[in-house]
Design a protein around this ligand. Structure first.
Ligand code: AMP
Ligand code: MG
Length: 334
């Protein structure tokens, strides 16, 4: 079992920072999900993150920084668009993919000549970054492919046997991962919808490309068709499709956006937002999926949410949770 330490306690932060500097991994809260962090400049420490998560090496990690100023240390080139986005959204749930400097190890970037950078907007994450005085490479603190953790307890359940310390910062306020925006082409590309709405990014830098979802893209495992997935089969209803009555004898759970009208026959019902608020729905999404996954169900039925703002990220995760396609061979072997 890992030690769960209060992330607001300065002694806990110093301890976790020393662990990172010593090349060990530490789980910590961000505003999006909990991360499994290592010193981004220490290749062996980063290798431990891949091993613990069972993450394929073709899947690069996000490098977390304590402030905007640090970006120039690791990015070879920050153009006007990068600077404008950093100014508007950092600290916050936006990851920028830019040309890297050589000091970032190849393992972090899966051999790419780009690096994904982000300044998280969580007081515990920022305090840890400041205390550690190293950039932190961190994916979500869950086994590869499973639902991401949004509480310290989730991390303990998933990875507690493999790590030493989890900093507790309470439930993650955003609840879905960061938006990943690639800035190395003429037109920016959104590799993964997330906590910052695509509309808000376009308001700053103009049109961006949002590739059709479900297209596997080895550059970004968030784009693998099956990801963020519970073990129990997930079925996503079409927009406007009425909630069906489950067949007798089957244990079916319902994940609905707002309080549903008819829920007869359902074993469990999880409501993402009583008031129809997409931000609240995002914050509740992964915890609700995990509860349903552990309720001994045959199936989980999911009602779609409106696909605007952070709703795009929610629908992206729901589609991947519902996808029945298996991972590419390389991912399955790890
Ligand atoms: P996570 O496991 O949730 O931290 O996912 C990090 C996301 O950032 C993944 O979708 C990665 O593929 C993506 N990412 C990290 N580095 C890069 C990079 N250099 N180029 C493109 N995507 C990246
Ligand atoms: Mg992840």
């Amino acid at each position: 079992m890992a030690k769960i330490l209060d992330g607001t306690d300065p002694r806990a932060l110093q301890y976790a920072a020393a662990e990172l500097r010593a090349g060990r991994v530490v789980a910590f809260p961000t505003e999006t999900v909990y991360g499994l962090g290592a010193d981004a400049l220490n290749e062996r420490a980063v290798a431990a993150v891949f091993a613990i998560k069972n993450r394929p090496y073709f899947d690069p990690l996000i490098v977390h920084l304590p402030g905007r100023e640090a970006a120039a240390l690791y990015a070879a080139d920050l153009d006007a668009r990068a600077l404008a986005l950093m100014e508007r959204f950092w600290p916050g749930p936006l990851t920028l993919v830019v040309k890297k400097r050589p000091l970032i190890p190849d393992l972090v970037t899966a051999g790419l000549d780009t690096v994904a950078l982000r300044v998280p907007a969580h007081p515990v994450a920022l305090a840890l970054l400041q205390a550690a005085e190293v950039p932190i490479a961190a994916p979500s603190a869950n086994p590869f492919g499973y639902v991401s953790p949004t509480t310290a307890f989730h991390v303990q359940e998933l990875l507690g046997d493999a790590i030493g310390v989890i900093l507790d910062g309470g439930p993650c306020p955003v609840g879905v991962e960061s938006t990943v925006c690639v800035l190395t082409d003429d037109t920016p590309v959104i590799l993964r919808p997330g906590g910052v709405a695509v509309e808000d990014i376009e308001a700053v830098i103009g049109r961006v490309v949002v590739p059709v979802t479900m297209r596997p893209d080895a550059r970004s495992p968030g784009t693998l068709p099956r990801h963020y997935s519970p073990h129990v089969p997930v079925v996503l209803l079409a927009p406007g499709e009425p909630i069906p009555r489950p067949p007798a004898g089957e244990r079916v759970g319902l994940l609905s956006f707002t309080p549903p009208l008819g829920v007869e026959g359902y074993t469990v019902v999880e409501v993402l937002s009583p008031t129809g608020d997409l931000r609240q729905a995002a914050a509740n999404l992964f915890a609700a999926l995990r509860r349903l996954d552990r309720a001994g169900l045959d199936r989980i039925l999911v009602e779609p949410v409106p696909e605007n703002g952070i709703g795009r990220a929610i629908m992206d995760r729901l589609r991947r949770a519902a996808a029945r396609v298996s991972l590419p061979e390389t991912a399955e072997k790890t």
